[in-house]
Design a protein around this ligand. Structure first.
Ligand SMILES: [Zn+2]
Length: 225
């Protein structure tokens, strides 16, 4: 899939409106190349913000410009002012190897990223996650992205989701990874993996592995505090 940067995202269904960044392909080539190169600081910020993948599917996408790289899943960047950007997992590779320069809106926005305040995006994801009649895939993605808000409302919703057997059967590992974010930040010290659905427990355990020992080759540390 290829998009011009800052197009409306419509590749997979998602419960919130997003703009595309880094969906490069042969038709438009390496967008942003030739402009000011990404600085080391900007790349570090992008890497820091690119830790948790969502929308992981059965298919892998090859890099459009070299045979050595493929990726699966998407990074979603929630900026404090309300924008949401969706990027393929390859975005960092595109910057590092092919000279891609993401839009300034994103690079500048990442400079402002800090602790997100509870807002309409969080409220919507929370309501989707807890709504048993909502689109099931949307609920799974909400379980991933709610962990962007280190807020008791997000934690409470994830705890409830962990006990929704139907949801936990499918997205339990992601719920577990999200819960681990709160545990690792000291915000859920009473949470015990032993009490959880097998898949949730698995996700919590995986997210607690020391950095450098990820099972999934693209997994990284789960969220900052
Ligand atoms: Zn490549």
């Amino acid at each position: 899939m290829e998009y011009l940067d800052l197009s409306p995202y419509d590749y997979l269904g998602f419960p919130l409106p997003m703009l595309t960044v880094g969906w490069l392909g042969r038709r438009h080539g390496v967008q942003g190349a030739g402009a000011t190169p990404v600085t080391g600081v900007e790349l570090r910020r992008l890497r820091t913000a690119s830790q948790r993948l969502g929308s992981i599917t059965l298919g892998w996408h090859d890099c459009a410009f070299c045979p050595d790289f493929s990726g699966n899943g998407e990074y979603r960047y929630y900026l404090p002012r309300g924008e949401i950007y969706a990027a393929p997992m390859m975005i960092v590779h595109y910057v590092e190897v092919h000279g891609y320069r993401p839009p300034r809106d994103l690079l500048d926005g990442l400079r402002l990223v800090g602790k997100l305040r509870w807002d309409w995006r969080a409220e919507h994801l929370r309501s989707v996650l807890l709504n048993q009649s909502a689109d099931f895939d949307f609920r799974c993605e909400a379980a991933v992205d709610l962990a962007n808000w280190k807020d008791p409302r997000a934690l409470e919703a994830l705890r409830r989701a962990a006990h929704d057997a139907e949801l936990a059967d499918v997205a339990g590992d992601q719920i577990g990874r999200s819960l681990a974010v709160f545990v690792n930040c000291g915000l859920a010290s009473d949470l015990r993996a032993d009490d959880m659905h097998d898949m949730v427990r698995y996700g919590m355990t995986e997210a607690s592995r020391p950095t450098g020992m990820p099972v999934h080759r693209h997994a990284g540390p789960e969220g900052g505090c």
